[in-house]
Design a protein around this ligand. Structure first.
Ligand code: MSP
Length: 517
């Protein structure tokens, strides 16, 4: 039985034949926000990412450079690991499909399916797309070419091993219909159901003769073959729980597999039916996000517009990038990346709305109370309700991976505090000694609301939140061990910011980006 207080989230494992781009950063940042959020809520979290290192594409990329596939992978994997460090990704483990343990588990599962009669040997005659490593039927071809990539296909006839996926067609349809949370967003669920209902589901060829491809995991029951790269890759989600996750907790099934829309079918159909055949529970949710275009155009190497995450970080900052990715578009839909959009977000939401709020609150506390958090006379009920109540809304939104809405909830507080300051006019109160008590209440309340904002943003912008809280005089140990959950930690209740706390006013949290003309 899966531990009730555990949370397990995955990203796709990325091919090592390429260098990381914005698409890789996107899924990984999203997964990181979930991992951080649920940790703050007091759960045991296992957050897995990694690399997909077998298969033809990797073999070819290595050959081009005159390296063995493993040498090539060892070099390329560093780019991903480096990026995750830069992006402040809190993954607990990093799986490589060339790990000995992973290979052993893949073979164990293959043997098990073979012994159960879920895999059979057949002669396959038909069309094969070499770059995509996929078989196609005559009917599926478009103008005699691969329907996926449009490249020429080869006619081949060879013996191969097939996983009897077709057996599970009805069961999978029922499962998806009975579990509306299983595939999200709903449009993607409908796409999968449409696919499953409109044609007979074929069996899946899970072997490649070594004569054609040697870079893979050997079939334990036939040494002349390696297994199809997707069979190997999908198993990573399960195998990691057996050798990379902290033991003593049952991590499987995962709570979320985050993926891009292009790899929905492999997850929703191949992986689900593989798990059914293995008699393992299915993950709680598969969420397929959309794709980023760049200034309205498809991102591609040939167009030379591939967004380099390292460059974006250098130019705009880590948290600014993390914020943009999740705030700009609804998770699940396609989005457009441009420097203008990024600058707009930073200057408006971060520098203006939030940064200024912090600046002016701290400035007034410095000016009127010598930099000490004042003692409030009253509790500002409205602000208290908004700030405390946001947690539940953030939580519900994050259950559905509605990152954008969760951030909007936080900005509701930002807006409310800005309005509160504008209408309370502390600068006017400061001129009238009889209003001192009121002034204390106003500045205390603004600072207290900012403390909540700092906590709520921790999952999204860990470094900036940390600095925000630090400026409010909250020490690092409290920040690290604070949790959102009011049942667990009292920091999550209004009024816990101690009057008398010394604030630390430093440089602006989010500098404005000057627009070059
Ligand atoms: N190795 C497989 C996944 C195996 S998971 C068991 C793979 N690797 S990949 O390196 O090609 O992964 C790419 C991920 O990046 C996919 O989730 C894909 O959707 C995502 N993206 C690729 N281009 C993208 C955009 N332009 N925008 C957003 N995400 C994009 O597939």
């Amino acid at each position: 039985m899966k531990g009730r207080n555990s949370f397990y989230v995955t990203t796709p494992i990325y091919y090592v034949n390429d260098i990381p781009h914005i698409g890789h950063a996107y899924t990984t940042v999203a997964a990181d926000v979930l991992a951080r959020f649920w940790r703050l809520m007091g759960k045991d979290v296992f957050f897995l990412t990694g690399t997909d290192e077998h298969g033809q594409k990797v073999e070819q990329a290595a050959a081009k450079k005159g390296l063995s596939p493993k040498e090539h992978a060892d070099i390329m994997v560093k780019n991903f690991q480096h990026l995750w460090k830069e992006l402040n990704i809190s993954n607990n483990a990093f799986i490589r499909t060339t790990d000995q343990e992973h290979k052993r588990i893949v073979q164990e599962l293959l043997s098990h399916l073979w012994e159960k009669g879920e895999i059979v040997k057949r002669t396959y005659t038909g069309w094969y797309c070499v770059p995509d490593e996929r078989f196609w039927t005559e009917k599926e071809l478009v103008d005699g070419k691969c329907p996926d990539c449009g490249r020429p296909v080869e006619y081949i006839s060879e013996d191969n091993y097939f996983f009897l996926m077709s057996r599970y067609q009805e069961r999978l349809i029922r499962y998806i219909e009975d579990n509306p949370y299983y595939i999200l967003p709903e449009t993607r669920k409908n796409e999968v159901l449409g696919f499953l209902k409109n044609q007979p589901l074929g069996d899946l060829c899970i072997s490649r003769p070594k004569s054609r491809l040697s870079w893979g995991i050997e079939l334990p029951f036939d040494r002349d073959y390696v297994t199809y790269v997707w069979f190997d890759a999908l198993v990573n989600y399960y195998s990691a729980t057996k050798y990379l996750a902290p033991q003593g907790i049952e991590w499987w099934p995962a709570d979320h597999h985050l993926i891009g829309k292009d790899i929905l079918m492999t997850h929703a159909v191949y992986w689900s039916t593989m798990l059914m055949a293995l008699e393992l529970p299915l993950p709680g949710n598969i969420f397929a996000h959309g794709w980023w275009t760049v200034e309205g155009r498809k991102m591609s190497k040939s167009l030379g517009n591939v967004v380099d995450p390292f460059q974006v970080i250098k130019e705009f900052g880590v948290d600014q990038f993390r914020y943009f990715l999740l705030r700009e578009v609804t998770f699940g839909l396609d989005g457009d990346f441009s420097k203008d959009a990024m600058i707009q977000r930073i200057n408006t939401d971060l520098a203006n709305d939030l940064g200024n709020l912090l600046q002016r609150t701290l400035s007034m506390i410095t000016k009127y109370f010598k930099g000490l958090i004042p003692e409030p006379e009253d509790t500002e009920k409205e602000l208290k309700t908004i700030t405390e109540g946001a947690l539940e809304k953030i939580e519900i939104n994050l259950r559905y991976l509605a990152f954008q809405k969760a951030l909007e909830e936080i900005w509701q507080i930002v807006g409310a505090v800005n309005k509160y300051i504008d209408s309370s006019q502390p600068w006017a109160l400061a001129k009238d000694p009889s209003k001192k008590g009121r002034l204390q209440t106003v500045l205390y309340s603004a600072a207290e609301a900012l403390r909540f904002i700092g906590y709520y943003l921790m999952a999204f912008m860990p470094e900036a939140s940390y600095r925000l809280l630090e400026q409010l005089g909250i020490t690092s140990s409290t920040v690290t061990f604070a949790t959102y959950n009011p049942d667990l930690k009292e920091e999550a209740l209004w009024g816990r910011l101690k009057p008398g706390t010394v604030i630390k006013k430093v440089e602006p949290l989010f500098p404005r980006i000057l627009i070059e003309k």
